[in-house]
Write a protein that binds this ligand. Structure first.
Ligand code: AHR
Length: 326
């Protein structure tokens, strides 16, 4: 989704609720229109993280509960696989196509094919960068820029009175909306504290092994690292392994900020190995199924639905951990 467009519709953004307020409204022309059961084709990014596993479970369970026939595919973090899956859903004439784009760009052609087949598309979790907003009905997911800002705000406060704070950044998948936006939000906020310096920034592809590998290289080439900013918990957990293997104490010698708040991340936060987590909610299934039903009926849906999220300190993690659902 173009950033300009996002700004323009900011006034229309709804938190969580799905009250009709705009957007496109044509009914689906999918091949199951004769039967009552809606078929949704869902093209998932992959299984790269604890967040993704929780998201997949939420989508699959919610489809079952909503009586929706779900066709599911795992793209193994490859755009070409997602495009193939979407084309196959078009051929199968599903009622709705939902997907979480691996990367932001390069979707217009396949989305145009879906539009011409009169199959509505719902973006979930991640946005696409396209000028043509008629290619999808709605985008349900987090505000990743805001997440990056929250991470930066914690660090600015924690760095007060310090002379130099060296940060290494573990980026998510190159070209993915959460990697681009979490980097941007963080960078915008830390500008106000010139003692904070991002001394290295590299992708760990949102995986634990990627985070570990990149952190090992960072530790070898940078003698003084004060903070790790990881775009997700899994990369942060990989970084913890690398820090411990280098004989340092994560959370103490090197502070760690991550995004997601999945169970393993929250455990590390409660144990003092991570210092702060910005939540990214993966439980999008119920809202996605509601939206799918609405677009099939031809009802209007909001063009943007933002999920509600919070942040966690070490103390808050200890209280929250027993209630954590994922
Ligand atoms: O798009 C959401 C991001 O993708 C999550 O933060 C990350 O863990 C996942 O892989």
């Amino acid at each position: 989704m173009s950033k300009k467009f996002l700004t323009a519709v900011a006034g229309m953004v709804l938190a969580v609720g799905l009250t009709a307020c705009g957007g496109n409204s044509s009914a689906s022309g999918g091949g199951n229109s004769g039967s009552d059961k809606i078929t949704v084709g869902f093209a998932q990014v992959g299984a790269e993280s604890g967040w993704r596993t929780a998201n997949t479970k939420s989508v699959q369970e919610s489809a079952k509960e909503a009586g929706i026939d779900l066709k599911f595919s795992d793209a193994q973090q490859k755009q070409e696989n997602q495009i193939k899956a979407i084309r196959s859903y078009i051929q199968q004439k599903v009622d709705v196509i939902a997907f979480s784009p691996v990367v932001e760009t390069g979707w217009d052609a396949v989305l145009l094919e879906a539009k011409r087949a009169n199959i509505p598309v719902i973006l979930t979790d991640r946005a696409v960068d396209s000028q043509d907003t008629s290619l999808y009905k709605t985008f349900l997911g987090s505000d990743f820029i805001e997440e990056g800002k929250k991470a930066g705000e914690w660090l600015v406060k924690d760095s007060e009175g310090k002379s130099q704070v060296n940060v290494v950044e573990l980026q998510g998948t190159t070209g993915a909306a959460p990697a681009i936006d979490r980097q941007k939000g963080f960078a915008d906020v830390i500008k106000s504290a010139p003692q904070i310096k991002v001394i290295a920034s590299q992708t760990g592809d949102f995986t634990r092994s990627g985070g570990k590998q990149v952190m090992e290289a960072f530790l070898k080439s940078n003698p003084k690292i004060d903070v790790v900013y990881a775009h997700n918990d899994d990369m942060g957990l990989g970084a913890i392994e690398a820090i411990e293997a280098a004989g340092k104490k994560p959370g103490v010698d090197i502070k760690i900020i991550t995004v997601d708040a999945v169970h393993d991340g929250m455990q590390a936060l409660a144990d003092g190995k991570i210092n702060y987590i910005v939540e990214c909610n993966p439980l999008l299934g119920p809202q996605l199924m509601d939206l799918a039903k609405k677009v099939v009926k031809g009802e209007q849906v909001p063009q943007r639905v933002v999920t509600e999220e919070t942040t966690f300190t070490q103390e808050q993690a200890k209280t929250e951990l027993p209630n954590r659902k994922y």
